[in-house]
Unconditional design. Structure first.
Length: 216
């Protein structure tokens, strides 16, 4: 007599593939988020470095402009100022329409300084009325600077000029306040104001303009 042995089998537990797929997705999202955060940090550091570098270049350009201004003042102190001297960047009159930097006005009636001796190629054609003054080149610590000296007079004859408050028209070339104790009467201050504009182009195209008003 054959006997039959009953075998019982337990059902297999299904693999939860859906749970494993969700974990993988979250892991990828976390990895992408960390990558973006790292990239943003690197870009932030790079931007800060560039900004600090640009500030340093700007300061160097300004220091160079100050030295160029000293050279201009030294020349002006002994120069003949009665007529233009384009070789020294000096002009005996300054037009009221002059835009010295090229960025102070958008009027088409403005006149510009030919900083690069290329007929004002830095400005769009038709955006200005004239391109006259050419600057003097000054080299300071291997950095090239350009400056223009403008006598603040409406004409080259010097009859209408900007002067200190105690100035008056006179043949006396002395400067200073009125002094009534002088034997010949008060000393007349016949000084005139001069405008010195310096442009410096440093590293990474750093450009600096410095304007100084002096009297002579």
């Amino acid at each position: 007599m054959d006997t039959m042995t009953a075998r019982t089998t337990s059902p297999c537990t299904p693999v939860r593939s859906a749970d494993r797929g969700s974990a993988l997705i979250f892991a990828l999202i976390a990895l992408v988020s960390m990558s973006l955060a790292a990239l943003a940090l690197v870009r932030s550091i790079d931007t800060g470095t560039v900004i600090l570098g640009n500030i340093g270049f700007k300061q160097d350009a300004t220091a160079t402009a100050e030295e160029a201004t000293r050279q201009a003042i030294a020349w002006l102190s002994t120069a003949d100022v009665s007529a233009d001297n384009s070789a020294q960047g000096y002009y005996a009159s300054a037009a009221t329409t002059l835009d010295a930097t090229g960025f102070q006005s958008s009027a088409t009636t403005r006149t510009l300084i030919d900083w690069d001796s290329d007929n004002c190629g830095y400005a769009d054609s038709g955006s200005y009325a004239g391109c006259g003054q050419r600057p003097k080149v000054a080299t300071v610590s291997d950095v090239t600077a350009h400056y223009v000296i403008l006598r603040l007079c409406s004409d080259t004859a010097g009859t209408q000029c900007s002067r200190p408050l105690d100035a008056a028209s006179s043949t006396d070339g002395s400067k200073g306040a009125l002094d009534y104790s002088s034997p010949g009467g008060p000393e007349v201050n016949n000084a005139v104001y001069y405008r010195i504009v310096v442009r410096v182009q440093g590293a990474r195209q750093a450009q600096s303009f410095v304007e100084t008003i002096v009297q002579r």
